[in-house]
Design a protein around this ligand. Structure first.
Ligand code: F6R
Length: 601
């Protein structure tokens, strides 16, 4: 969600902070701001509504070399998107940036207002600032002030404070991402909500645990401090080599398009990673049941995984949205396995569901893209999707690789069950998928033409059956996210139970067709056609009937892909959404109201 970057040292803090925020901007981009300490020892703060480029213009007159600064890109939760609500928020001699939600902000604010404190913004973040002011009146040790203020707030939060007089940066978190590190020569110190922003500066990244205070000061090792002010060893260390530096768009107009095109290569490369995955810690007994928990696109990958695991391993699988699962009093026992799917590994609801499972004594296996993420560190077992950084806010390659990894998981489970598993077969099947996706990419012009013809319609109903149902949901989500149009995903047989009332000549049914259940699917399409709906069919089985019924057609033979066939069909949906969004002229990589990593519940 919000992005945080802090720097102290010989480099110019303004450039370090702005460049870091730029790397994180895809995570939240309503507004941005920085606080810097200038040569006279004053804190100067600049904030601007909108994208980081607006802030860059605003601070272009700041020519000084600043040695300390913190910055923030906001994804608004409390208070409208405007300059006043943007971070940093400041008190006397300090400035604060915040990621998360202070759940008891209203009651604390009421208390502080009664005591005479005045609030400038509508944010929950400012509550922390006023608390710091209040506590500072009686407590001079800033570490203690931060700990006391932090102990008064509830929720998943990360706070970073710049202290003017001490020339230090303080950072603390509870169930929110936080990373820090220092340059090898000890001249520069960095903190961020995401190590991705720091990767060009540091070799070793520290991940403090909850409630450990990190104190960055010049010419000293970063200090990790416990609430009783003793030294803390509660932090993990990772080598920067875990992080990829593949973060440019290359010749592509958007990251999303680049990421769609990366898929064949990633699928081909996946087998190279399997040897490493096979050496990682894994379950030793077959789980009685599996509960998959995830959000959004990752949840749809979970639906795909359910089909694969149940059909191959015959282990019952449930799939829940993390935000529902945690409040649903789930029925699980110690012989079950909870599987969490998350690209970022930071999604607050998924993380909370993981904590719940661990409290229940249920083992947690996570399917992740980011190796140093919070979910990675807290899971018993991890399977990495190895998709590389996904910058486009709408997930594409991560979905494909999450699904592929779930097929690999099913293979591992079968090995545990004593079946002889043929990884060579799995690799061959993956190679066929990669080739099929290449074929779809090479036919981009056909998809562009279809997008041009249908982009101005009023409604888009994606349908699929069985293993293609999850990609009908995913297709609709992609289109909604980046083209801002009304799109829905349905199981083909469900439309007639209500949604068919929406069908008229302004609505298109984007129907994924597979050869199994072909006739039943054809009847479903016929029902839409009869109501004057426009029909776009994707898949093989080129019967006369199908040709006659389709207004638009994308023939594609996916029969030889077995379980993986939906992943090929889905690439059509990714490209269709992309080109419809291009016609709509939306901001494809950073769609409105969204953020890449959803670290609030
Ligand atoms: C949609 C999308 C989101 C994420 C969801 C979970 O394109 O990207 O729906 O899939 O927010 O995020 P992760 O996978 O990071 O847990």
């Amino acid at each position: 969600m919000c992005g945080i970057v802090g720097h102290l040292g010989t480099f110019n803090s303004l450039s370090v902070v702005l460049d870091g925020l730029e790397a994180l901007e895809y995570r939240g981009y309503d507004s941005a701001g920085v606080s810097l300490i200038d040569r006279d020892g004053k804190i100067i703060t600049a904030k601007k509504e909108g994208r980081l480029t607006n802030l860059r213009k605003e601070v272009s007159n700041l020519k000084e070399i600043y040695f300390a600064g913190i910055g923030h890109t906001r994804w608004a939760t409390h208070g409208n998107v405007n300059k006043v609500n943007s971070h940093p928020h400041f008190g006397d001699g300090f400035s604060v940036v915040h990621n998360g939600i202070i759940e008891n902000a209203s009651e604390l604010k009421e208390e502080l207002i009664k005591e005479g404190y005045q609030f400038l913004s509508d944010t929950d973040s400012e509550v922390f600032v006023r608390l710091v002011e209040k506590i500072s009146k009686t407590e001079k040790e800033f570490s203690k002030v931060i700990f006391t203020a932090f102990s008064r707030i509830r929720g998943n939060n990360c706070l970073v404070a710049l202290n003017r007089d001490e020339r230090k940066i303080y950072a603390i978190k509870n169930n929110a991402p936080l990373a820090c590190g220092q340059s090898d020569d000890g001249t520069n110190y960095f903190v961020s909500s995401d190590p991705y922003a720091l990767q060009k500066y540091i070799d070793t990244i520290y991940f403090p645990e909850n409630n450990v205070l990190c104190v960055l000061s010049m010419d000293q090792e970063i200090a990790f401090v416990e609430p009783d002010l003793s030294d803390s060893n509660k932090f993990k260390t990772e080598k920067n080599s875990l992080l990829s530096s593949e973060n440019t768009k290359g010749d592509f107009e958007h990251y999303m398009l680049k990421e769609i095109w990366e898929q064949p290569n990633l699928i081909d490369q996946f087998k190279i990673h399997l040897e490493n995955e096979a050496n990682q810690k894994f379950l030793t007994t077959v789980p009685k049941r599996i509960a998959i928990v995830a959000c959004g696109t990752a949840y749809y990958a979970g639906l795909f995984a359910k089909n694969v695991i149940e059909s191959r391993c015959r282990i019952p699988v449930s799939v829940d949205m993390a935000s529902e699962f945690r409040y649903a009093n789930p029925v699980l026992d110690k012989n079950d396995l909870a599987v969490f799917i998350s690209q970022s590994g930071e999604t607050a609801d998924t993380l909370a569901a993981l904590h719940l499972c661990k409290e229940m004594g249920v083992k947690a296996l996570s399917i992740l893209n980011v190796a140093h993420s919070t979910i990675y560190r807290e899971s018993d077992f991890n399977l990495m999707i190895n998709a590389g950084p996904e910058i486009g806010v709408a997930s594409t390659k991560a979905f494909t690789m999450q699904c592929l990894t779930s097929v690999y998981l099913s293979e591992r489970l079968m090995t545990l069950m004593g079946e002889s598993v043929d990884l060579v077969k799995f690799n061959k099947q993956s190679s066929r998928l990669a080739k099929k996706i290449e074929e779809i990419l090479s036919r981009t012009d056909e998809i562009k033409k279809i997008a041009e013809s249908i982009h101005s319609l009023n409604g888009f109903f994606f349908t699929g059956r069985n293993k293609s149902f999850p990609i009908a949901l995913e297709g609709a989500l992609k289109l909604k996210e980046i083209a801002y149009v009304h799109a829905e995903g349905y199981a083909s047989g469900e439309l007639k139970h209500g949604p068919i009332a929406m069908i008229d000549e302004g609505v298109v049914n984007i129907a994924y067709i597979e050869n199994n259940l072909f006739e039943k699917t054809l009847s479903n399409i016929q029902e839409i056609k009869t109501r004057k709906g426009i029909i776009l069919t994707i898949g093989k089985t080129d019967t006369e009937e199908l040709k006659n019924i389709s207004d638009y057609r994308f023939p594609l033979d996916v029969d030889d892909l077995d379980d993986l066939s939906p992943l090929a069909l889905n690439v059509f949906g990714q490209l269709l959404s992309y080109y419809i969004a291009k016609h709509k002229g939306t901001d494809i990589d950073k769609p409105r109201n969204l953020a890449k990593s959803v670290t609030v519940e």
